[in-house]
Ligand binder design. Structure first.
Ligand code: PEP
Ligand code: MN
Length: 334
């Protein structure tokens, strides 16, 4: 249920209503917008007398929200959420470029890629240290030392770092990581999500390989229900019957999610396609359909990458992509 307050109702005036709602065992999520304040009621509202609330002088209207996702629902929070990482903003018209290798392989590699993507205008550096690999015999990432190398690359470039967590046991290693990524394979690792909800740190939540948008939003809800509202959603392609591309990029998810949620939505054309030549066209399409950012795999030597070389761009290809994305965004803003 949401309660929309009348324009001009100040913080003092709403306290008795919020106290009364909380005394009935409900959580109250407050969204202060420029034009209106929305109180989102969380919990079992079946016993709440809607007519009584609607009759209060400070209340404009009361609506039931039947969607199972509440905190991330745009009805609860009409304005876009802007996630801020240092000086970098994502959402609400702020577009972020995240780039870097699939996996951190060495200091030389990560620093070199970090410098080149920074020169091409990237705002955050990605790099996997804990890698979820289909085969246990494949490179599993440099783990803790990979995170240390990411910090060295951050020091060298000033780029905040984004890296994936696979197990809650590793959380202490992520204390100084700027954005924690939850990969597609862990989108429904509810215990992990619940723990990340206790943090006050941005979480990049990728859509699962075969998950619906509602399931993605319910996973965001796990994080937000714990009080961590800094969630960035990522469309990274889903499993379909076609296998020319690694996955099928569901770009309709971008405008659909913008309608359903106030959270920022970025697109990963690298994992979505699995093929370097397809990354630029899909990145441009993502920028055109309203994504709030892109996450792209870039490697200084894709032929010898330890992971995902086929979908990795060389730094100069990334620079060309970034330039074209800027052009598309300018055109779409007109
Ligand atoms: C990644 O971004 O490194 C990754 C493993 O992606 P996904 O979880 O989308 O497969
Ligand atoms: Mn990868």
């Amino acid at each position: 249920m949401i309660v929309i307050l009348k324009h001009g109702v100040d913080k003092e005036m709403r306290i008795p209503l919020i106290d009364w709602l909380q005394s009935q065992g409900l959580g109250v999520h407050i969204s202060d917008g420029d034009y209106q304040t929305v109180l989102g009621l969380i919990g079992d509202t079946s016993h709440v007398d809607m007519d009584l609330i609607a009759s209060l002088g400070i209340v404009d209207s009361v609506k039931r929200v039947s969607d199972p996702f509440k905190c991330c629902n745009r009805k609860f929070h009409p304005e876009d959420t802007v996630v801020q990482i240092g000086d970098v903003k994502i959402g609400g018209g702020n577009f972020a470029m995240i780039a870097g290798p699939c996996s951190v392989e060495s200091e030389e590699q990560i620093v070199s890629v970090a410098k080149s993507v920074k020169a091409a205008g990237a705002s955050l550096l990605r790099g996997g240290a804990f890698k979820p690999r289909t085969s246990p015999y494949d490179f599993q990432g440099l783990k803790a030392s990979g995170i240390e190398l990411l910090k060295i690359a951050r020091e060298a470039t000033g780029l905040p770092i984004v890296t994936e967590i696979m197990s809650i046991e590793h959380l202490p290693l992520f204390e100084d990581v700027d954005v924690i990524q939850v990969g597609a394979r862990n989108m429904q690792n509810f215990d992990l999500l619940r723990h990340l909800g206790e943090l006050r740190k941005p979480i990049l939540l990728k859509r699962g390989l075969a998950n619906t948008l509602k399931e993605l939003l319910m996973s965001a809800e796990y994080i937000m229900a714990g009080g961590n509202e800094q969630v960035i959603l990522c469309e990274r392609g889903i499993r379909t019957f076609d296998d020319y591309t690694r996955n099928t990029l569901d770009l309709a998810a971008v405008p659909m999610l913008h309608e359903l949620t106030h959270l920022p939505i970025i697109v990963d054309p690298s994992h979505a396609t699995g093929r370097a030549p397809l990354v630029q066209p899909m990145a441009l399409a993502a920028a055109a359909c309203g994504a709030d950012g892109l996450i792209i795999e870039v490697h200084n030597d894709p032929m010898h990458a330890l992971c995902d070389g086929a979908q990795s761009l060389r730094p100069e290809q990334y620079a060309e992509l970034a330039e074209k994305v800027r052009t598309v965004r300018e055109v779409c803003a007109k």
